[in-house]
Design a protein around this ligand. Structure first.
Ligand code: GLN
Length: 346
């Protein structure tokens, strides 16, 4: 459940108002007007103000250091495909990217090995299970899953080509940095904390290797995966990374092509299918936005051709998705007409 009854009523009022405006300007309504800078600014600020006091959810604690991150952090960033940034709140603090990294390692594998390598190994379907489900692996011998849950993601990391772990890591941190438009690094404290407690992911890596879902050494794959989850980012970084996906794989700030445009639709489709774990359907139903969350409290969301949004707010709901982040993104996108499925009769 991502909207309260009160916010649904607000939404209904907003839509009614939009309907009135549309009928009074019927002759021009088919022509979409470019969104003004002040509209972007207001959407980001309003969402921040509206949800900053929301105290639902709980920090992840199965990775011990994540429980110690201040729960009241709340940062919101939006980057347009034209490279304009709008931010509110805690936009400076760095946090671990966690599962949001799965998107960018998937992008790397698509770039290196193509769509079939993903579809024929871990698949592109929803599991309907929690992100670190072993049952899901067993059900289809590591197939019929997707690259955004742990088994599929560890297999993707184990599919990146390279003759040494260092060479593979350079590619992984490289593509994340290209998407963010700056050189990213690893939060060593988070990396150690998760490495000390990731027995379950190690088991998942072994199982996926046993089912021959990736060619690499399972111990190396899970270690590199744990490192990629500890990459330190800000909400602004996530906004730029999302905007790069919204912009056909070209970073709108640096101008660098981080991913070939032909791979972008596949990445967005997998995000829409599985980006918010077993709540992905609900999320898509309400927002229409491909998105990806991480247990560090980050979310990236993409409105194709328009903008990317990045949020940071550590407390998570039962599915493992940031509570304030989901609310803020839904409100911003609603205000800006970001839902790619929304169309008007002509
Ligand atoms: N590193 C975390 C894990 O493997 C990532 C999970 C997540 O963000 N949902 O458990």
């Amino acid at each position: 459940m991502i909207q309260s009854n009160a916010s649904r009523r607000e939404l209904a009022k907003g839509l009614a108002l939009m309907g009135l405006l549309a009928s009074s300007s019927a002759s021009t309504s088919a022509q979409a007007q470019p969104t003004s800078a002040s509209a972007y600014e207001a959407a980001v600020k309003n969402a921040y103000e509206q949800f900053r006091g929301l105290n639902e959810g709980k920090n992840a604690d199965y990775i011990p250091v994540l429980a110690q991150v201040p729960s009241n952090y709340f940062g919101v960033g939006l980057c347009t495909t034209g490279g304009k940034l709008y931010t509110a709140g805690d936009i400076q603090p760095q946090f671990s990217i966690q599962s949001v990294s799965k998107v960018f390692t998937l992008a790397l594998v698509l770039q290196e090995s193509g769509e079939a390598a993903v579809e024929n190994s871990v698949g592109v379907d929803a599991t309907g299970q929690v992100f670190n489900s072993i049952t899901a692996v067993e059900q289809y011998r590591g197939k019929e899953m997707n690259p955004l849950v742990n088994p599929g993601a560890i297999a993707m990391t184990g599919t990146v080509k390279g003759s040494s772990p260092d060479e593979i890591w350079a590619k992984i941190i490289g593509i994340h940095s290209d998407f963010a438009g700056r050189q990213l690094g690893v939060d060593q404290v988070v990396y150690k904390s998760e490495s000390d407690t990731n027995q379950r992911n190690r088991a998942i890596s072994m199982l996926m290797s046993a089912y021959e879902r990736f060619p690499g050494d399972p111990a190396v794959a899970v270690d590199l995966y744990t490192r990629q989850c500890a990459i330190a980012v800000t909400a602004k970084d996530l906004a730029v990374m999302g905007a790069t996906l919204a912009n056909g794989g070209k970073n709108p700030i640096t101008g660098k092509q981080a991913l070939d445009p032909r791979h972008v639709p596949g990445v967005l489709a997998v995000m829409a299918t599985a980006g918010l774990y077993d709540d992905s359907g609900k999320w898509l139903f309400h927002t229409g936005l491909p998105a990806k969350s991480g247990v560090g409290g980050g979310i990236v969301a993409v409105s194709p051709g328009k903008f990317g949004i990045g949020t940071f707010a550590p407390p998570l709901d039962a599915a493992g998705n940031s509570v304030r982040g989901q609310r803020a993104i839904a409100a911003i996108s609603e205000a800006l007409g970001g839902n790619p499925y929304a169309s008007r009769p002509t």
